[in-house]
Structure formats: structure tokens, C-alpha cells
Design a protein. Structure first.
Length: 215
């Protein structure tokens, strides 16, 4: 398999399937295409007409969109174990993942992922505070309800954890205050070996995307 990704410092969507593959030790080739350059869209379009990353190539199959790639990897290589085994728990994990996939516009726009940036500050508007509180509630609530099964959101590491992983980098950059349970979960994500490896690569990148340098 080959996974086409963007800048590790900025591309939150690329991180998600990369993390699922890496945590489970599934072999894949990585190709990084730096974003926001004159030829970026053209280079990505060689793999995907949408012109966006990530893109997974597996034989003759091309899959785009982070969540779609994670679903494919779970079905094809993890025997469905990318999600919890329990039907109701799996449904909740999918709902949380879908909410992250399509929601939280304030977090996305005001707290862009910038892995190598620390101690950035932005105005914590009321809409932004509502969204960060919602994420805090998901993290702390899911962990409490599923603590007997493991330390992640739904017990074992799952696609849901991958979907929220970029938020851990965002909150780290902007010093977002969290409840103790949510802060513990964020730290657990950040200390995961695969996340640490991603950060090392992100910090080594030299490209700067001005629009993502907020705060």
C-alpha cells in the first residue's frame, strides 16, 4: 500500500489514517506532497481527482478521505477491529467519529493544526469554547464509560482515537485547558509512539503555510 499525505506539520486529515496504519504495524509506503505550493494540487491530482490528501493506493484500488480510508483498513486488514466489538459501543464510536469528521468548525478555523508551534494564543470566543467543551465531554465521558475495556475512548485503540488525534496537537499548540480526564487522554495520545514519530517528522519540515500560522 501507499499513503499519499500532506505536510505532517499541518495536515490533520493525513494524520488520521497514517496513525491507524502505524499503530497496528500495517506495512505501507508513505509519499508526502507539500501543500500550498504552485504544483501541489497537480501532484495530488495524479492520484485523486478531488485534489486533496490523504489518498490510499492498494493495488488497483484508490481510496480518498480520512474516514473512508480508516474504514477500508479496518475491514481489509484488521478484521473490523478498527471499531469496538460491541454493537452499541461501535455505534457510539462511529457517531463520535462522524461528528469530528464533519463538525467543530471553530476548532478547525481558529486552532489550525501546527504541530511544531507551542504557546500560541487566540481569542477564546464563546463558539470556540462551546466546541472545546464538547470535545472535552466526549473524551472524558467515553473514557469513563469504557474504562473497564481499556484506556482509549472506547476501550481498545480505535478509529475514533485516530479521528481526534489532530485535536490533541491543536490543543497542545494553543494551551486549551481541559478537565483532568480529558487532559489525561490528550497526554496519552501525544505520548503514543506513532504520534511522537509524526511530531519528529513535522518538526523537521521546513515549509511554512502562512494561513496555518495563527496566534
Amino acid at each position: 500500500m501507499k499513503l499519499i499525505i500532506g505536510n505532517k506539520n499541518y495536515s490533520s486529515w493525513s494524520l488520521r489514517p497514517w496513525l491507524l496504519l502505524s499503530v497496528h504495524g500495517i506495512p505501507f509506503e508513505e509519499e508526502r506532497i507539500a501543500l500550498d505550493l504552485p504544483d501541489s494540487r497537480e501532484r495530488i491530482a495524479r492520484y485523486n481527482d478531488a485534489g486533496k490528501v490523504p489518498v490510499l493506493l492498494d493495488g488497483d484500488l484508490t481510496i480518498w478521505d480520512s474516514l473512508a480510508i480508516c474504514e477500508y483498513v479496518s475491514e481489509r486488514y484488521l478484521d473490523g477491529k478498527g471499531w469496538p466489538v460491541s454493537v452499541p459501543v461501535r455505534a457510539e464510536a462511529r457517531a463520535c467519529s462522524a461528528e469530528m469528521h464533519s463538525g467543530f468548525p471553530e476548532v478547525r478555523n481558529r486552532l489550525p493544526m501546527n504541530c511544531r508551534a507551542i504557546a500560541r494564543q487566540v481569542e477564546l470566543t464563546a463558539p470556540l469554547q462551546r466546541e472545546t467543551a464538547r470535545i472535552d465531554g466526549i473524551w472524558s465521558g467515553c473514557r469513563k464509560r469504557n474504562a473497564a475495556s481499556g484506556p482509549w475512548l472506547f476501550g481498545d485503540f480505535s478509529i475514533a482515537d485516530c479521528m481526534f488525534a489532530p485535536v490533541a496537537f491543536r490543543f497542545r499548540t494553543y494551551g486549551i485547558e481541559l478537565s483532568p480526564d480529558a487532559a489525561d487522554y490528550m497526554q496519552q495520545l501525544l505520548e503514543t509512539e506513532a504520534m511522537r514519530l509524526w511530531l519528529v517528522d513535522a518538526e523537521a519540515e521546513v515549509e511554512i503555510i502562512d494561513a496555518e500560522e495563527v496566534g
